[in-house]
Design a protein around this ligand. Structure first.
Ligand SMILES: [Zn+2]
Length: 269
């Protein structure tokens, strides 16, 4: 295979198989650092690459000899993902090797998993220090609550069923388990069934037409406008709960066609 030869030559293929383009590893490392520091978008970086080539008279053409409008964007996005994945796996192997070496010197370390003393991940480490750094809790809600959170969902982060699960390279700390979210949904449904049907109608003064119009206008919750093709997408999107400083606190997958209430309840409970 050509991939090991490319990597040995300092090039990273855009995909592990059926590759079309390869990029220098130094450029990928530069871009990822740039992204970490400046959030430089993939599209803008690829546009710069294209212009950089164009002023030097290099154009990427299709089979008919015509210049390709956007020659790098897709390949670059995939290459950066695979490069990051490769780096994470190399780092993980390195940490395991170091753990084994340390165990020879300090036998007590054998009882610890490698992640326990290298990463020491705790749920506290992911929380916003401004919101969760205080020691006093239970302030008066009418004056100002202890913390404020915001939630929103989108349908852009989908998972194609045909794509498989891919290699597992990290354990997400912020994601709620899908089973837990479904359980919350079932409990909510059971509570709604147990509620007297007339109780809600008595409590509201809105006429039925207004309620119906509101229902129709709230597109996010509508199952008829299914986001994604049925049977094509596994996870259809994400709902994120963040604090008022935009630090993400918890995330869950959207597994139903609409944004159901259960995601909100599961995230804030
Ligand atoms: Zn905060």
């Amino acid at each position: 295979p050509i991939t090991p030869c490319l990597v040995a030559a300092g090039l990273w293929p855009s995909t592990p198989v059926h590759l079309v383009l390869a990029f220098t590893i130094k450029l990928l490392a530069f871009y990822l650092q740039l992204f970490a520091d400046c959030m430089a978008p993939n599209e803008a970086f690829c546009e710069t690459l294209q212009q950089f080539h164009a002023v030097r008279g290099v154009f990427h053409c299709n089979d008919k000899g015509r210049p390709i409008e956007d020659p790098f964007c897709h390949a670059w996005a995939v290459a950066t993902q695979w490069y990051q994945l490769g780096m994470i796996m190399i780092t993980s192997h390195l940490e395991c090797a170091l753990h084994e070496a340390w165990c020879l010197l300090i036998p007590d370390l054998l009882s610890l998993q490698v992640s326990e003393y290298i990463h020491q991940p705790t749920s506290d480490s992911t929380l916003c220090p401004t919101c969760f750094g205080g020691e006093e809790w239970g302030s008066n809600m009418k004056i100002f609550p202890d913390i404020l959170v915001q939630l929103d969902g989108n349908f852009h982060h989908r998972c194609n069923l045909s794509g498989g699960t891919g290699p597992s390279f990290y354990s997400p700390l912020l994601f709620l388990d899908d089973m837990y979210v479904s359980k919350v949904g079932c409990e909510m449904e059971a509570m709604q069934m147990a509620t007297q049907p007339n109780a809600v109608q008595k409590a509201t003064t809105l006429v039925e037409e207004v309620v119906a119009a509101c229902w129709d206008s709230f597109k996010a919750a509508q199952e008829k406008d299914s986001q994604g093709v049925p049977g094509f997408h596994d996870e259809k999107g994400l709902v994120v709960c963040s604090c008022m400083h935009d630090v993400p606190l918890l995330i869950c997958n959207i597994t139903t066609p609409g944004e159901h209430q259960m995601y909100v309840i599961a995230l804030i409970c």
